[in-house]
Design a protein around this ligand. Structure first.
Ligand SMILES: NC(=O)C1=CN([C@@H]2O[C@H](COP(=O)(O)OP(=O)(O)OC[C@H]3O[C@@H](n4cnc5c(N)ncnc54)[C@H](O)[C@@H]3O)[C@@H](O)[C@H]2O)C=CC1
Length: 302
């Protein structure tokens, strides 16, 4: 089967390309700008039709959470309308769409994990634009799987793991917020879950489990706990290390408001698709172990 993913250089797209090597029956084609630009609607359907996909994974997004507060039009054009155009192109081609969304659609109140039945209430432009995208995707193509994920890291692109390793190379101590809770999620694990879904969808006209799902790493922590695990693992493998000092969100002001509680319950995904996402600590170790020999060196030199 041919799976097309948008957002060519992104963490999820790069992870899908890599993980598909374990699936000889799956060909992954990654599309990106300029041939497919979500801010240029006229590029979307032709680019997707041109590669004749069996399944479209919609992973491209405007992901600069703070900058989105200053560029709401662009964020909504890409994450809202753009996502809808991808889904309608999929519908026109007669194929399903798997669309990535975010924990930022929730307001972050409370302390329990959000389920798919909880009411979204975004508090940032990014979150609101991604929620607009969910609605646009659902309207455009009934054959959709919307996967809300969170705290994504990988050996690719920009992410928290790379930032911590880079900072640790220059400092003895890093201050990290300890009062925002969530589920760190490896893009490699997202890719494996998507490939599992792709196998379930392929040639299955009777597939009846379309809808919204939460897909995040198993187990929870806060950013400072995540940082400690990254740096302890790095130290154990001879990489950079720094001590982590807990701070409060109030001590680290950012333009966009972030949810204090980003926990996502993956019970529905596990039950419907018989799939468990690995524990976040193990997956973090996998990514950190890969970095000192390869990507970290690049990141450290950047
Ligand atoms: N990174 C994270 O922590 C989280 C990400 N997500 C969602 O997961 C999905 C994948 O995220 P990542 O792979 O981490 O993102 P990423 O930021 O690594 O990659 C996004 C890709 O989209 C591309 N892109 C941006 N604007 C575009 C446009 N106008 N036209 C075409 N491509 C464009 C970028 O060039 C980049 O390659 C996104 O939908 C994101 O909203 C959800 C929760 C957390």
């Amino acid at each position: 089967m041919r799976l097309v993913v948008t957002g060519r250089e992104g963490q999820v797209a790069s992870s899908l390309v890599e993980r598909a090597h374990a699936h000889p029956d799956v060909e992954v084609i990654a599309l990106g700008r300029p041939e497919l630009d979500l801010a240029k609607p006229e590029t979307i359907a032709p680019a997707l039709a041109g590669v004749r996909p069996d399944l479209i994974v919609s992973a491209a997004a405007y992901t600069a959470v703070d900058r989105a507060e200053d560029e709401p039009e662009l964020a909504f054009a890409v994450n809202g309308a753009g996502a809808g155009h991808v889904a309608s192109a999929a519908a026109a081609l007669g194929v399903p769409v798997i669309h990535l969304s975010t924990d930022y659609v929730f307001d972050g109140s409370g302390e329990r994990a959000y389920s798919e039945d909880d009411e979204p209430a975004p508090r940032s432009v990014y979150g609101a634009s991604k929620l607009a995208g969910e609605h646009a995707v659902a309207r455009a193509n009934p054959r959709h799987l919307i996967l809300r994920t969170a705290w994504v890291y990988s050996p690719f692109g920009r992410n928290f793991v790379k930032t911590m390793l880079k900072l640790a190379a220059d400092r003895d101590e890093i201050a990290v917020v300890a009062d925002q809770w969530g589920n760190p999620t490896s893009a490699l694990d997202i890719a494996d879950a998507i490939l599992h879904l792709a196998a379930m969808l392929h040639g299955n006209k009777g597939f009846a489990s379309f809808g919204v799902y939460h897909l995040a790493g198993t187990g929870e922590t806060n950013w400072s706990g995540f940082a400690r695990h990254i740096l302890d693992t790095s130290q154990a493998f001879g990489g950079p290390y720094a001590a982590v000092r807990d701070i409060a969100t109030a001590d680290f002001p950012t333009k966009a408001r972030r949810p204090m509680n980003s926990r996502l319950s993956t019970e529905k995904f596990a039950a419907i698709f018989a799939w468990n996402v690995p524990e976040w600590r193990k997956s973090t170790e996998t990514v950190v172990r890969r970095l000192p020999g390869g990507e970290t060196k690049q990141a450290l030199n950047a």
